[in-house]
Design a protein. Structure first.
Length: 386
């Protein structure tokens, strides 16, 4: 069955007792046992909940994995995955990285004796040079946030597998609608499901999908033991959002491509970071391993003085953190999403005071471009003192 149909049908054929097309929300935390030694399959909601179970099954199916695990946030999902590691273990991590992930690694996991090295994960020589005898995992964002760097997953995952290194891929920005890392050799896929999967800026959630029976059993133990699980209400909201994922991702991609091309030609813009553009250095790799492009990109202004007035004058587009929702959001990474990354690292990467990140929503593209035009013009007039 095509992925569009599988998305639309999430949960709709899972309630035989009543035939409910929308799967029920089971708020119960405890479930009756028929008798000693027998269970309905549900005992305590932290371990398993009917609503969450339907979501987790759908996630595993969509990502071509064996098991899915729904967590209370993307960061909770990441922390659960990191519990696979032990004191003294080392990771190799994408250099261009979400600031929250960097904070978790450097300020929390480091206190437990887990260390990380940061490299361009599309550069196998750089990965090899950073790899140590105690390297246990490779954490990849592709595309990265916010500079949209791409990793050749088949090549890098194959290299890691030959060395018994676990490969974890953050698939938040493309979703399984456009990219399925497990099919390319990854061991674990993670999502901040609050973003494109939920799609409406109204649910906080994370998803983990694993490949392989042993790894899946390990993750099930950690998911239950750590307990950062997704509640039934939020599980239902996430399922509802995922039903329209195919439609939304197509619109996000279409809008983002048109706006990126518009900004590429704008006199106030220095550079646009978006894999759909032929100017992107890894455009061909992106096209080979995915069937489409995300709805988010970043662009660098020629003059940092434009940043504040643009963010103040946008009207339809909201100046806000997060991404992947129906509404368009513009973010200033240097002071928002990536503020926890040290200045010297941010500047080396290019996450500087001229960079803006644009999560393009599903509004009409003409209205979004018009909003950008009026904000740019208002900024120009202010700067020139007109």
């Amino acid at each position: 069955m095509k992925i569009e149909s599988r998305l639309a049908q999430i949960g709709s054929q899972k309630e035989p007792a009543t035939g409910a097309v929308s799967y029920p929300i089971y708020h119960a935390t405890a479930f009756r046992h028929p008798k000693l030694g027998e269970s309905t399959g549900f005992d305590y909601t932290r371990t398993k909940n009917p609503t969450r179970a339907v979501l987790e099954e759908a996630a595993a199916d969509l990502e071509s994995g064996d098991r899915g695990f729904a967590c209370s946030s993307g960061m909770a999902a990441l922390q659960t995955i990191f519990a696979l590691l032990s004191q003294g273990d080392h990771m190799v991590v994408s250099l261009d990285l979400y600031g929250g992930t960097y904070r978790l690694l450097e300020q929390i996991m480091s206190r437990f004796g887990i260390t990380a090295s940061y490299v361009d994960t599309n550069d196998l020589d750089a990965i090899a040079a950073a790899t140590q005898d105690n390297t246990k995992a490779l954490l990849i964002e592709t595309p990265t946030n916010p500079l949209m760097m791409i990793t050749d997953l088949k090549r890098v995952c194959g290299w890691a597998k030959s060395r018994n290194i676990l490969t974890i891929v953050d698939n938040t920005l493309l979703t399984p609608y456009f990219q399925r890392p497990l099919e390319l050799g990854a061991d674990i896929v993670i999502h901040s499901a609050s973003k494109y999967l939920g799609g409406h800026n109204d649910v906080l959630a994370g998803l983990i999908v694993t490949k392989g029976a042993e790894l899946s059993d390990q993750m099930a133990f950690l998911h239950n033991s750590i307990g950062a699980v997704l509640g039934p209400q939020d599980s239902w909201l996430l399922m509802r959002g995922m039903k329209t994922l195919a439609l939304r991702m197509e619109r996000h991609q279409s809008n983002a491509t048109q706006i990126a091309e518009y900004l590429l030609k704008h006199e106030a813009v220095d550079q646009v970071y978006y894999p759909a553009l032929k100017t992107h250095p890894n455009h061909e790799i992106q096209n080979e391993q995915s069937s489409g492009n995300t709805g988010i990109f970043s662009f660098r202004l020629k003059d940092a003085r434009y940043v504040e007035p643009i963010l103040r004058h946008i009207k339809l587009i909201a100046f806000a953190e997060s991404l992947g929702g129906a509404e368009s959001l513009m973010t200033y990474p240097a002071v928002q999403t990536h503020a926890d990354i040290p200045l010297e690292i941010r500047q080396k990467l290019g996450v500087d005071d001229r960079l803006l990140r644009f999560s393009v929503g599903i509004e009409h593209v003409d209205d979004l471009i018009a909003d950008l035009e009026q904000a740019f013009e208002a900024a120009r007039l202010e700067i020139e003192g007109v």
